[in-house]
Write a protein that binds this ligand. Structure first.
Ligand code: ASP
Length: 577
């Protein structure tokens, strides 16, 4: 062994012991002939005293060193109660340099702000930093806990392939050329959805995996082209059984890693209620500000803008005192979300007449009853949206979140979980047809089994999403296991029989051989760990994430390939027929 002890474990009871430590120079302080080094390894930090300063004069931050020395109790008054090893120091005999470090691109110690691109380019140094290292360790602990829960429930852990056919999660696939079959391509899985269903046909009954998923989507701030799911599938179950296992997972993780006992069963809300009250399918329930439906209130209004199928509003407490500029910024905010603007009215604090551009368009009676109809008090303002219900509610839902943030209404130390159930099965696609809201293997609620074909717009899915603090952290459904029903869903979404065969023929074939009723769920593991670690983005809990640009500053990937690689991979080859 290169060392006898771990730096962070030394305590006063070990005074007098001879130890050999190895780690990195976190800090050095020179005090007239005596040098103090903070030596850091994975276990923590200990102070090392070097009396012969000559022997360490070339030592700089992040040199990797080995120290031979004796543990001593620190002289009275020199203890550091902030540090677990703060009662002791190690009097160095020999300090051996194991490897040198060049001047650093950013300090590893301390909390200096460093741009993310630089941190990711030197991710190995970033991982040495306390916060990043901590987040990655939390992720590991979470994975151990997860396997405990799944083992307790007798789940079988299975790895499904990365090189496969396209899977139907609705994003673009990442494609991989195949040298041995020029012109043919594998797709990286968007999720193991079809394989987990095949495992149910295979009779495993309970499957789980920490599965890597790949989706070629437009890059958004907190999205990664590859991410990890806790993927779960179960046979002979109803929604309640899947929900029970999922709540076990969440409650074990939060209890052990966040010290929070989730209230069980978690509250549930239907998708319709979530949209109506919060304008979101993943409402953040840590604060109120529910949307007010004013469609009835403005029925028969002479204000053209409010002659719409839906008129709704959300109150901003204390918002009346915002400046003209602030109201203009709200307009910009709404336009950046694709809305035309954000109509508003103010209720002055002194109780005088309603202000804001909308007011003059309203009748006397409409103005008089408005505060009561939206639940506003003097000093508040109210934002309106009018139009088709879905888009208007979404705008108000987003405004609600923005209000929560700007007004400091969100209790950041609180946890709020809920299930959002009974989402629609289908939504209208841009070409006027229907697409699946989840994926096409999602079963309808039992009461919609015979009715979804004539009424796809009304049909509800036997689906459930779990939401934490306004993030959708997981989602799943009971699946279709009968070919006739599966075919009917394909018909609704306009997937012709041959096309369905060519894409999912293997699943349809499997369903000929006694498929069990089954259902499952997948959690976004990166998001779950982000919440548990108190991190700000999922990138903070991924060891080697892509940058916000979608690229990898560390390796420089993606890179061009050579003409020879291109030929060899058969990229331009026509598939042999
Ligand atoms: N495969 C689905 C997804 O990745 C989750 C599920 O239905 O289990 O979103």
């Amino acid at each position: 062994m290169i060392r006898t002890h771990e730096a962070g474990t030394l305590r006063a009871s070990q005074a007098g012991e001879q130890v050999v430590l190895a780690g990195w120079v976190a800090r050095r302080r020179d005090h007239g002939g005596v040098v103090f080094l903070d030596l850091r390894d994975a276990s923590g930090v200990v102070q090392v005293v070097v009396r012969d300063s000559e022997s360490v004069h070339e030592l700089r931050a992040e040199f990797c060193v080995r120290v031979d020395g004796t543990v001593r109790v620190r002289p009275a008054g020199n203890e550091n109660p902030e540090l677990p090893t703060g009662a002791v120091e190690v009097e160095a005999g020999v300090v051996e340099v194991l490897s040198e470090a060049e001047p650093l691109p950013f300090p590893v110690e301390g909390t200096a702000e460093v741009s993310e691109d630089v941190r990711l380019k030197y991710r190995y140094l970033d991982i040495r930093r306390a916060d990043t290292g901590h987040a990655i360790r939390v992720r590991s602990q979470a994975a151990y806990l997860l396997s405990d829960v799944m083992r307790d429930h007798r789940f079988v852990q299975v790895e499904t392939p990365y090189l496969t056919r396209s899977t139907p999660e609705g994003a673009r696939d990442f494609l991989v050329p195949v040298r041995l079959r020029p012109g043919n391509w594998y797709a990286l899985p968007q999720s193991p959805q079809l394989f987990k269903q095949l495992l149910m046909v295979g009779g495993l009954e309970r499957y789980f995996q920490l599965a890597r998923c790949f989706r070629d989507e437009d890059f958004r701030k907190d999205r990664q082209p590859e991410f990890t799911q806790i993927d779960i599938e179960m046979s002979f179950v109803t929604r309640e059984d899947v929900i029970t296992v999922a709540e076990d997972v969440v409650s074990r993780l939060w209890s052990s890693l966040a010290g929070y006992e989730i209230p069980r069963p978690l509250p549930r809300m239907t998708y319709a209620e979530a949209m109506a009250r919060y304008g979101s399918d993943k409402p953040d329930l840590r604060f109120g500000c529910e949307l007010a439906d004013l469609s009835g209130y403005f029925e028969g209004t002479s204000f053209r803008v409010f002659q719409a199928p839906y008129v709704g509003a959300v109150v901003m407490p204390g918002g009346a005192s915002q400046s003209r500029r602030e109201f203009d910024q709200w307009q910009e905010w709404a336009r950046s979300r694709g809305a035309r603007g954000l109509a508003y009215a103010t209720f002055p604090a002194d109780g005088s007449e309603i202000g804001g551009p909308v007011a003059k368009n309203l009748s006397e009676a409409e103005r008089a009853g408005l505060a009561a109809a939206v639940g506003a008090s003097p000093g508040d303002c109210v934002f309106f949206a009018a139009g088709v219900p879905a888009a208007s509610r979404e705008l108000l839902g987003a405004a609600r979140l923005e209000i929560g943030r700007r007004c400091g209404l969100i209790d950041e130390s609180a946890w709020s979980f809920l299930w959002v159930v009974d989402a629609p099965m289908f939504e209208e696609s841009s070409d006027g047809g229907w697409t699946s809201v989840h994926h096409p293997f999602t079963a309808p609620l039992p009461e919609w089994a015979d009715k979804f074909v004539p009424d796809p717009g009304g049909a509800l899915a036997d689906a459930y999403d779990i939401v934490c603090n306004g993030y959708e952290i997981g989602g799943g459904s009971i699946r279709i296991h009968r070919s006739d029903m599966q075919q009917a869903v394909f018909d609704v979404i306009g997937l012709a029989a041959e096309e369905a065969r060519s894409q999912f023929g293997f699943l349809l074939d499997a369903f000929k051989y006694g498929p069990p009723p089954h259902g499952g769920i997948a959690f976004g593991w990166d998001r779950v760990v982000m919440l548990l670690a108190g991190a700000e983005t999922i990138r903070d809990v991924i060891a080697f994430p892509k940058a916000a640009s979608g690229l990898d500053p560390l390796t420089g990937a993606p890179t061009p390939i050579t003409p020879a690689q291109r030929r060899e991979a058969g990229i331009d080859a026509k598939p042999a027929s």
